[in-house]
Design a protein around this ligand. Sequence first.
Ligand code: GLU
Length: 377
Amino acid sequence: MKAKKDEIQYKRIVAKFGTSLLTSGSDHLDPGMMSELVRQLAGLHSQDIELSVVTSGAVACGRYKLGLPKKIKGIPYKQVLSSVGQSYLMSIYEKLFDKYNINIAQALLTRAVLCDRAGYLNARNTLLALIELNVIGIVNENDVVAIEEIQGARFGDNDNLSAMVANLIDADLLIILSDIEGLYTADPRSDPEAQLIKEVKRIDEKIFTLAGGSRSGLGTGGMLTKLQAAKMATACGITVIIAKGTEKDVLTRLISGESIGTRFLPTASKLESRERWMLAGLSAKGKLFVDAGAVEALNKKGSSLLAAGIVNVEGEFERGDMVDVFNIQGNRLGSGITNYQASDVKTIKGLHSRKIAGILGFDYGAEVIHRNNLVMV
Ligand code: GLU
């Protein structure tokens, strides 16, 4: 079923590939499968769709390369497997994307890093910069340093990581490809009556019970982690689709509006959720007062806030903190995440961006608040 053209508004997409898919259920990467996925991504890339990929497969890859059996478990061991496998996994992606002259980049993230305000901002800025440069970021959890023993420090599964990445870059759509077709009304392996649910408007307890304890082969995530991921992403205004990666041309067909797998509708608008996060989620640590030229640029041109337009700074804040922006009459214009700490903004206020590096001895970019991290009221 084709959606109407004007319904298709997926400009920025995160595609997540699970281990079972990348290995085709075997104990090693399936180059045929990977090349097929990359071919589809290259097609989307050529249509100017902005892409980030969240990939699993490092641990499986490392285990295979070292020829070690699956039954040896434990955290340090997994970390070793992942560090062996990650570079190999990337080398395969690199070769495959090279065929299409597409540059890729590796980004290894952990939950602990993203919970830290500066870490969140750095990861966000980097992934957005990659998109601007037409480079496809290939993200995995940094299993080598992600400490499992510390509760909450680790994602542990790439489903939840993919939701976080989708949120981080303000994606429109998160596609979780795996070896399962989507969410069923019952376990299709044991219940012949089980039916694929095509659309879920809201993920509630009833939907969670459908996930049961289903797990797929080599990967960490089952339907449960996929639903957790979908819940988080949809609450951030992102549509989520869970589909079977072996379905022919699955990515291409999904983008053209075909209904495959299960689609989870966003439960908030993107702006709404971002605004909520910025305006309520973090409390402002300081105030920036800006001149009339900056007010005009922020309101009319949708520009970033540059040092040149800042006339006064109040409060003690760090890089990554939220600050409120005011005009000189004291009316609040909006809020955003600052790239510079208070003392640095005091030093560079009123100056041309070109001078920042010379005066501070470093620079985090021309923008004190990048447009991407700014919400106007
Ligand atoms: N980060 C793990 C890996 O690359 C995968 C975790 C998952 O499958 O969800 O092997």
